[in-house]
Design a protein around this ligand. Structure first.
Ligand SMILES: Nc1nc2c(c(=O)[nH]1)N[C@H]1C(S)=C(S)[C@@H](COP(=O)(O)OP(=O)(O)OC[C@H]3O[C@@H](n4cnc5c(N)ncnc54)[C@H](O)[C@@H]3O)O[C@H]1N2
Ligand code: MOO
Length: 422
């Protein structure tokens, strides 16, 4: 690894840090792959890597929007409520049938999705037809038209949604369920997608033990690796977890070196603040990553930048170690950046409701409090603001964002919160 010096940052705003992390992640170049559309169905948060051109029209042919009767509009232009026009119903077309030409002066029953007979240019819904049921095939019935339908009434014309040759979606678009459906409907079978992001996730701290590892005095179980893995995999990110590393810079560098070739982004947790054993800051601060404070609580100490590993500039986001701080930092900075880079909407749904109790908040910092809804639709804080209260966080489904400028909230005041349990 090449050595270089970097500047620290002081009291950066949350918005600015979000922007910087998002820009860094958006610049990551990912390999692409050509895949069968059918293989994507269970694959979440994929992103198109190339424009997709429609091979065919959607709808593929003119079809009926209603269960009703196809007519030549010219045959019923004189229809009035007091002078209805009567047409014999001489045919019946269901969805899946082929369409032929409708003779002038006749009407055919058409079901929703059935092809419009050639020449027909309006559908009279059964509710307006004077009939209470469709005549069975071969039975003679009479359609009563009391009003002139507009041109193409209830006709869904071929290509009115997507035209053959159109760009259905451009490179960078999120493969939402609707897009996957539209691509399938228009006849797309293969498409080029980006490989999902791969994150190297490293929790640091000599006190950490993984599940099943032997505890010793002073050791604690690693919460950050599983919690951050859960957050990242929920948005389709592949996570590599080599296990936590001790407060030894060389150990951290070795872990990064070993996986640098196969990851897009390194996320670390812990070792970024002001202690005597800040492994991440010590190891990476002289190698291109800058450390400092962001005006947020929890999640004040942060690191961010590019680490030079051989010829590679590897993006790094260094989160604080307190489990609530790590998770909220990932929620505020990392999750939106990864989603946005994949064409997905980066936000959480927000709600506004009154709080049940007074609250204090530090001046000049965005405070993020964990909370939930009461049965009465108010927001109650769960636990205090402390960044070790992971159990309280686990009982929450809202994050209340108290702006930098607010130092006190009164019970009953309306606050804005992110819904995080969706
Ligand atoms: N003198 C100062 N001390 C601290 C400051 C400060 O500004 N001046 N900032 C505090 C804040 S705020 C935070 S947040 C933490 C961040 O510290 P680090 O990122 O260096 O994290 P650690 O010291 O490694 O750990 C902090 C805390 O969290 C526990 N931890 C760490 N990793 C895990 C994990 N994977 N699973 C469970 N628990 C974990 C660790 O044992 C510590 O208790 O610094 C404050 N101090
Ligand atoms: O800001 Mo630290 O991230 O609260 O506990």
């Amino acid at each position: 690894m090449t050595t270089m010096t970097t500047a620290a940052f002081a009291r950066r705003s949350v918005t600015e840090h979000c922007r910087l992390v998002a820009e860094m992640v958006a610049a990551i170049e990912r390999p692409t792959a050509s895949v069968e559309l059918s293989a994507l169905e269970t694959d979440h948060y994929r992103t198109l890597a190339a424009d997709v051109i429609a091979p065919g029209h959607l709808p593929p042919f003119d079809n009926s929007q209603m269960d009703g009767f196809a007519v030549h509009r010219a045959d019923v232009v004189d229809a009035r409520p007091e002078h209805p026009v009567l047409l014999p119903v001489t045919g019946h077309i269901a969805a899946g049938d082929a369409a032929s030409a409708l003779p002038r002066g006749e009407a055919w029953a058409v079901m929703t999705g059935a092809p419009i007979p050639v020449g027909a240019d309006a559908v009279i819904p059964i509710e307006s037809s004077g009939l209470t049921a469709f005549p069975s095939r071969g039975e003679v019935a009479s359609l009563t038209v009391r009003e002139v339908p507009v041109a193409d009434a209830f006709v869904r014309r071929a290509g009115s949604d997507i035209r053959a040759g159109d760009v259905i979606a451009a490179a960078g678009a999120a493969l939402t369920p609707a897009l996957v459906g539209a691509l399938a409907s228009a006849g797309v079978r293969r498409l080029t997608v980006f490989r999902p992001f791969t994150v190297l996730l490293i929790a640091t701290g000599s006190e950490l033990r993984g599940q099943g590892e032997t505890a010793r005095p002073g050791s604690i179980l690693d919460a950050n690796t599983p919690a951050l893995t859960a957050l990242l995999t929920a948005i389709g990110v592949r996570v590599l977890t080599p296990g936590s590393v001790d407060d030894e810079p060389e150990q951290l560098l070795r872990a990064i070196d070993a996986h640098a070739h196969e990851v897009d982004l390194v996320v670390t947790a812990g070792g970024v603040s002001a202690g005597a054993h800040e492994v991440v800051r010590e190891a990476l601060g002289i190698r291109g990553v800058s450390f400092g404070s962001v005006a947020m609580q929890p999640g004040g100490p942060q690191g961010f930048g590019h680490l030079q590993v051989g010829t590679r500039r590897l993006p790094v986001v260094a989160l604080p170690g307190n489990p609530v701080s790590a998770l909220i930092s990932a929620e505020v900075f990392v999750r939106p950046a990864l989603l946005a880079a994949g064409g997905w909407w980066p936000g959480r749904p927000t709600v506004e409701a009154p709080i049940t109790e007074d609250a204090e908040s530090p001046a000049g910092r965005l405070q993020v409090r964990r909370a939930r809804f009461t049965a009465a639709g108010r927001i109650e804080f769960v636990g205090g603001p402390g960044s070790h209260l992971l159990g309280s966080f686990a009982r929450s489904d809202l994050l209340v964002l108290i702006p930098e400028s607010v130092t006190r909230l009164e019970a009953g005041e309306i606050v804005r919160a992110w819904r995080i349990n969706g």
